[in-house]
Design a protein around this ligand. Structure first.
Ligand code: GLA
Length: 417
């Protein structure tokens, strides 16, 4: 009897402690785990629409996501970026801009949930967002509470107007607040890699930006300088971002991904560039957040963003970011270990000329330092499937194969045992 009483007391005590920890604002609390066991997929309003967002646009986008099979392909988050905000009230609670969202954000979240989608929102760790709306500094718990009450599922948290606050503290505060608010909300950190979040944020966010903002450009934009000779801020190109993100692969994994920024597919690059951009984000196990106008896109764009085989590389359950084996001039050789002993292989041509190479698999063998895995081409024969060109019949790795990679394009294979 005594033993049972003791066990009961212990149980009640641990329940009370757990309850107290969940309910005390300011306590360090764990992030919501398991929300991004593979990189998150969805759509975000910023790249195409900036702050020109509205209930009409967001609902039309949601409808398209369902109609075009994007939700079935895995794109489940529909994320509002900067500019949804109205004012804070006298108690400090944030409200939506009712001119842009007349039915309110709560009704919008309901609209998403009824259609199998999830709603994301955006805020900033500083006094203001990058587009100068109200930031969350000093209002973290209130904001997390409001988002939870609205039924929000995802928060992108930016880093403008942060006035030298401590980045670890600022992001941990919002993580705690989200946990305290009681609704599982994926936490997407967006401080552009300025404070090396990959070194300290695995237990804070589900992903962290590793670079500045992407532009609609495959090649680097020219650097401009101000009158004092200081470099002027510019968008990063696809090739620059790949170079910055690649060395960080050891920090990424399930529930804590490197985020090389949202996709620009369908926003003005060529079809080859879009294909290469999309494939490389998949090779790097990046969050796949579409950024184009889904209500008005070409068949080529739709075919790129719904290529199930390429998406499967990104979403592979091993969750290992791919590696660049070597670079020969403009040609980059990439591998990504996949579940079931398979590999993804990608040849990226960053140059202006077509590149013809012979792939002698036995000469491409290596061991990945991070995973300890090796394709072992000497002893294992793989069946190779071309993921962008269905007219190429599957072939084996026993013989060398000669291929030509178009300019600013990729050849992408899945090598299965
Ligand atoms: C920053 C972010 C962008 C976008 C804008 C919004 O620049 O990096 O992704 O959210 O702010 O103002």
């Amino acid at each position: 009897m005594k033993a049972i009483n003791l066990i009961l007391c212990g149980l009640i005590l641990s329940l009370l402690t757990a309850f107290a920890q969940e309910k005390n604002p300011g306590q360090p609390l764990p992030k919501w785990e398991g929300l991004a066991s593979t990189p998150q997929m969805g759509w975000n309003s910023w790249n195409k629409f900036a702050t020109n967002i509205s209930e009409e646009l967001i609902k039309a986008t949601a409808d398209k996501m369902v109609e075009l099979g994007l939700v079935d392909a895995g794109y489940v988050y529909l994320n509002l970026d900067d500019g949804w905000h109205g004012e804070r009230d006298a108690q400090g609670f944030i409200h939506e801009d009712l001119k842009k969202f007349p039915s309110g954000i709560k009704a919008l979240a309901d609209y998403m949930h009824e259609r199998g989608l999830k709603l994301g929102i955006y805020s900033d760790a500083g006094t203001n967002t990058c587009a100068c709306y109200a930031g969350s500094l000093g209002h973290e718990y209130q904001d997390a509470y409001t988002y939870a009450m609205w039924g929000i599922d995802y928060l992108k948290y930016d880093w403008c107007f942060t006035h030298n606050i401590n980045p670890k503290g600022a992001y941990a505060t919002m993580r705690n607040a989200l946990r305290w608010a009681g609704r599982p909300i994926l936490f997407s950190m967006c401080e552009w890699g300025s404070n090396k979040p990959w070194e300290w944020a695995a237990d804070v966010g589900h992903s962290w930006r590793t670079t500045g903002d992407i532009g609609v450009c495959f090649l680097p934009l020219p650097q401009k300088y101000d009158e004092q000779g200081n470099p002027v801020w510019k968008n990063s190109s696809v090739l620059e971002i790949i170079d910055l993100n690649e060395p960080l692969r050891k920090y990424a994994g399930p529930d804590h991904w490197n985020d090389p920024d949202m996709l620009e597919v369908g926003n003005g690059m060529t079809v080859s560039e879009d294909r290469a951009h999309f494939t490389m984000w998949c090779m790097m196990a990046a969050p796949l957040i579409l950024g184009n106008d889904l209500t008005n896109m070409t068949d080529e764009t739709l075919a790129i963003i719904t290529n199930h085989d390429v998406i499967a590389i990104d979403q592979d359950p091993l969750g290992i970011q791919g590696l660049r084996l070597k670079k020969e001039g403009d040609l980059q050789y990439w591998f990504k270990p996949l579940a079931d002993g398979a590999w993804a292989f990608c040849l990226l041509n960053g140059g202006e000329q077509p590149q013809t190479v012979t792939l002698d698999w036995s000469k491409l063998d290596f061991t990945d330092d991070l995973s300890g895995l090796s394709p072992s081409f000497g002893s294992v024969t793989y069946t190779v499937k071309d993921l962008w060109n269905a007219s190429v019949k599957p072939f084996k790795t026993t013989k060398p194969v000669t291929v030509t990679v178009a300019p600013h394009d990729v050849i992408t294979y899945r090598l299965s045992r």
